[in-house]
Ligand binder design. Sequence first.
Ligand code: ADP
Ligand code: MG
Length: 158
Amino acid sequence: KTVWRIDVADEAGTLALAKEFATLLKSGDTLTLAGDLGAGKTTFARAIIRALMNDPSVEAPSPTFTLMQIYENDALRIVHADFYRIESGAELAGLGWDEEVEDAIVLVEWAERAPEALPQDRIDLRLSFVDGENRDARRITVSGHGAFAARLSSFKSL
Ligand code: ADP
Ligand code: MG
């Protein structure tokens, strides 16, 4: 596992990073998004979705209540999930999780609620508030597991 750290000054910085990050993702990839409430997990995922769908007008609401939002076109399928209200991997299995994520790019907020539902080889990203600074600054930590460590090392912002 390899870890990178990026400091952004404001939301525009997060959006720029997410947009660049999107170019790295392929079908079958899983990216988890961790961080406190309001840290920017949904904001980051939304920017990835808009970039991958090549459509800045996609609304991409938070999946907190729907559990997952699906985005699809001829070329790809994106699953944006939020496990905050999930009790276990078994609950997810009952909802057909394995079928939903097949060949998709999978973005998961609060993945720590059901880590057993996710592959070991994945990218884990954490957004943290920066103490003593303005409300817009974030520290973004990216961990690459397995083959992702090598893929991430060619990523220019890291
Ligand atoms: P989460 O999904 O982690 O609960 P959201 O993405 O829903 O968080 O909300 C993040 C909020 O913080 C948004 O209102 C966004 O405008 C604001 N924000 C301010 N600065 C940043 C930043 N650097 N990165 C991401 N969001 C930011
Ligand atoms: Mg969220």
